[in-house]
Design a protein around this ligand. Sequence first.
Ligand code: CA
Length: 221
Amino acid sequence: MRILLVEDDPLLISGLLTALRHAHYGVEHVADGVSATQALKVNHFDLVILDLGLPRMDGLDVLRHVRAAGNDVPVLILSAREGTRDRITGLDLGADDYLVKPFELDELLARIRVIERRRSGVTVNQLQLGALKMDLASFAVYWHEQRIDLQRMEFMLLKHLVESPQRVFSRAQLEESIYGWGDGAESNTIDVHVHHIRKKTSADVIKTVRGVGYRLGEVEA
Ligand code: CA
């Protein structure tokens, strides 16, 4: 899951980036409203965390802009305590949820999981493919009931595939979903992650689609 963080408070930015990356999300950050609309025009995101008080274009205008462009990306608003009217306007403009500053990081992460579940139509924090189970709250992965140790990128890659089990992804699409802008991923990195995931589980978990990329495989329970 790829998140765009739109926030101009330097203290919040570093804390949020650290927490979100630690929680295995791919995160990009911009600090003003105009950059936010530009980023959303050219890149796919699965969630926008949107501060309302922003330089150049305020958060509500960003939201108006994004929805008017037909982009239905989930949006979670961050607002000041006194901003009740803005929160209501934001929800009416199509925001999915809001948090009032200051908030607990754990609550933000829980609300992100709710949005993720809504998006994927799953009602629990667990993704399952036969003998493979992923717990999205604790980042634990189980293979035949045995806990296995996946690196952060491996977890993100596998989760991305499990969330869209029918879909074939190119290497470029997978790279985009798990790396940030300009992280300069080596062209063979996705193959390396896939190799490691298969080694830790089974070769059947991820299927190679020749000439295209990868898709989720089929695994017996
Ligand atoms: Ca602000």
